[in-house]
Structures are given as C-alpha cells and as structure tokens.
Ligand binder design. Sequence first.
Ligand SMILES: Nc1nc2c(c(=O)[nH]1)N[C@H]1C(S)=C(S)[C@@H](COP(=O)(O)OP(=O)(O)OC[C@H]3O[C@@H](n4cnc5c(N)ncnc54)[C@H](O)[C@@H]3O)O[C@H]1N2
Ligand code: MOO
Ligand SMILES: [Mg+2]
Length: 418
Amino acid sequence: MVEQRKPIPVAEAVQRVIDKQVFSKTEKVHIEKALGRRLAEDLVATHAVPPFDRSPYDGFAVRSADTKKASRENPVDFNVTETIGAGAVQSMPVGAFEAARIMTGAMMPAECDAVVMLELTSEPEPGVMRLKRAFNKGDNISFKGEDAVEGTVLVEKGTLINPGTIALLATFGYEYITVAVKPVVGLLATGSELLEVGEPLEPGKIRNSNALMAAAQIERAGAEVKMLGKLSDDLEACYESVRKAMQEVDILITTGGVSVGDFDFLPEVYKRLEAEVLFNKVAMRPGSVTTVAHKDGQFLFGLSGNPSACYVGFELFTRPVIQQMLGNPKPHLPLEDAVLGADFTKPNPFTRFVRGTLAIRNGQLEASPSGFNKSSAVSSLAATNCLIVLPGGTRGFTAGDHVKVALLETAESSEMPW
Ligand SMILES: Nc1nc2c(c(=O)[nH]1)N[C@H]1C(S)=C(S)[C@@H](COP(=O)(O)OP(=O)(O)OC[C@H]3O[C@@H](n4cnc5c(N)ncnc54)[C@H](O)[C@@H]3O)O[C@H]1N2
Ligand code: MOO
Ligand SMILES: [Mg+2]
C-alpha cells in the first residue's frame, strides 16, 4: 500500500520551518572581505562626520564680520596669511582683514566663520585677496557632525553589507568587522541516473544539474557550499552518507528520492535517523514532495529531484533558514504586486510558484512565465528572476490579472509573506 501523504498549506510549512530555533555564530573579517556579509553588530558612528568644521570649496577662509562692507563699488582687501591644504591645519591665527587660502576638505581656521570661493576673488597684488561682496557667518562651511552625529546607530545589526556600508565602516575605523558566520550547507544528490557535468550522456542517464544549481542558490543566499557528491539509489549508502554528512555541515540538502517510488529512500533514511519530519507534502506546485526534517538542532532539507521543484523548495524553505542563521530579521523572499504578462490557463488545486521573468512596464511590474512549466523543467530556470504566486483553485489566469511575485534577485527580504 502506497503511503498517503496529507498536504499542508505553504504558509504552515514555512512556519514549521522557521519556528525551529537556529544558532548563529559570529566572526571577525577584514573590511576588504566584508562585502555581502551580514553585520553581527550595530554600525555606530564612533565620531562626528565631518570630524571638524571644513571647507567645501577651494577658496579663502574669512571672518565674516570683515566682509560686511564689501561690495562691487567698495571692494575690501585681505592679507593672505598662509595656504591650508586638506590634511593640514592652520599654523597661525587669522586676524582682522586677513584670510587663509584654504582647499576643499581642509580644516577651518579657528577664527574664521565663512568660506569664499576662489572664483569670487581677485588678487590685486601677491599675498592680497580682493572681495566684492559680503558673507554671513556659516556661509560655505561643512559643519562638524552635519553628516553623522557621534554615537548614532547608522546601520543595524543583521543588515547586508553593501558598498555604502563599506564606506561607513572605513570612515569609522572598523578594520575588522563582526559578521555572522556563513552556515555551511552540504549538498548530496541522489539518483542512479546521475552523471557528472563532464561525463558524456548515456542511455537512461542525465547530468546532475540540481547540485550545481542548488550550490549557486546557496551562494546567492549568502551561505557556504559543501559539495558532497552524488549517491546511487541504495538505502544503506544513502543512510550512511547522510549520517556522515550531518557531522560535516550545518544544514544538509539532499535532492531526489523523497517521493513514493521504489528507489525514493529519503523517507526511510529520516526514519532510521529518528529525525522529526516537519512535513513531507506541501500544497504547492512544483515541490509538493519537499520534505523537511530536523534532528538535534540540524535541518535536513529533502528537496525534490525534479529541477524546478528543487529550485522552488530551496527558495521557500532553505533560504529563510540560512537568512535566520545569518541574523537577518526578515528572512523571506520579498513579495510584490505585479501584473501577469501572459495567460496561464492550467488550473491546479495547489498554490503554484510559476518561474517568472520580471519587466517594468509604465512603472508597473509585469511578470511572465519564463518558459516550459513542468516540475521537471530546467529550460525555464535561466530566465527566472521571480516566482509568480498563483493561488490554487479551479480557474486559470489571464494576462493582465493582478498577481503576487516573490523576487529572487534582490538584496531585499521580507517578514513572513505567505
Ligand atoms: N506515484 C507518485 N509519483 C510521483 C509523485 C507522487 O506523489 N506519486 N510525486 C511526483 C512529484 S510531484 C515529484 S516533484 C517527483 C519527485 O521525485 P523525487 O523527489 O523522489 O526525485 P527522484 O525520483 O529522485 O527524481 C525525480 C526526477 O528528477 C530527476 N533528477 C533527480 N535528481 C536530479 C539531479 N540531481 N539533477 C537533475 N535531475 C534530477 C530524476 O531523474 C527524475 O526525472 O516525483 C513525482 N512522482
Ligand atoms: O513535488 Mo512536484 O514538483 O509538485 O511536481
Ligand atoms: Mg522519486
């Protein structure tokens, strides 16, 4: 008698996964290696930015009071005390009707409260600056702290480090940064039909595309991949390999062997391991047979062998766990409103996650199915940058319908969207 599995809704399946406690570890990395990592500590302004009042122009620092009577008819002359370049500080005071030549980024002389752009001045004789208009206190000064105030949290813990974050980290002297350790995700592909990428095709066989696809998804999700090879459909070998692999990784993904076929051994492997199976049937297409098990704090993702199902199962269930382990408080794919770009007439009782391609038309997101749509499809995956979420039911969908799309190629993420 074939086992009857009871499908659970997607939202419930995702919830069961993220309800499990995950551990997060932190490590220090050099700033040059920090891009794409997640901050494990708040980024705090350790000093004001700018750290001192400075000139935003190449020009002259003046005491504004001395300029009050300057006009086109009545120019005022200033003796130039010295030249202050960026990085230098004044070496002498600026007295009445004196000015310091100053360059962009240089620290203001203490006595001065305005800067005059070079273009507004003339030099009637060497060492003299002539001015034909008045300036107010504070004109053309970049004030200490105008950009960031000391002590402010500028980027919160859990945020992805982008080039702008790197600029801030460098500004505040964070040479080594505390980031979340990337979880190591092991990949075991099961199936006696599988060939290596470099092998020629043989009758009945196909190349193992899932492992490399999932490896790329793991990297896109910010984790570390451990390739553990492929297994033929043999229960003992599967059990031993899974058991051993669990010692070596934080999360284990297997592909294939989770359905009800004679050679689908993962259900038996979970039983032997005495792992808790969170679910083995989800009311979704593709990926309905996705199975998630949990043993001693460790996740075992039994992704489907069918490439599109494997892809979707990873994005819905594995990605959020990785994101949680990386400290992301919003571990899920972001869900947006879009308009369907083409008909999708095939109804299904289960929620569909159609692999889709996004375009922006007149400021509106438009999502079209990216190609051949079976769970076994591989050809449509390359153009996939979103999953079009079509609720289950008896009707198909037509171009122009309003749909939700889960975005795959963005640094954004969301709280529970399902
Ligand atoms: N009687 C039933 N049959 C099936 C059911 C069912 O409920 N009752 N579910 C179907 C669904 S839905 C899916 S999805 C598949 C899932 O199968 P498995 O996860 O057990 O995967 P396999 O049987 O090992 O392989 C399925 C398919 O995928 C190909 N494959 C496997 N591994 C790879 C790989 N690494 N790279 C590329 N392609 C791979 C494999 O050759 C098969 O064609 O079961 C349905 N059947
Ligand atoms: O697990 Mo399947 O992908 O629903 O065809
Ligand atoms: Mg199978």
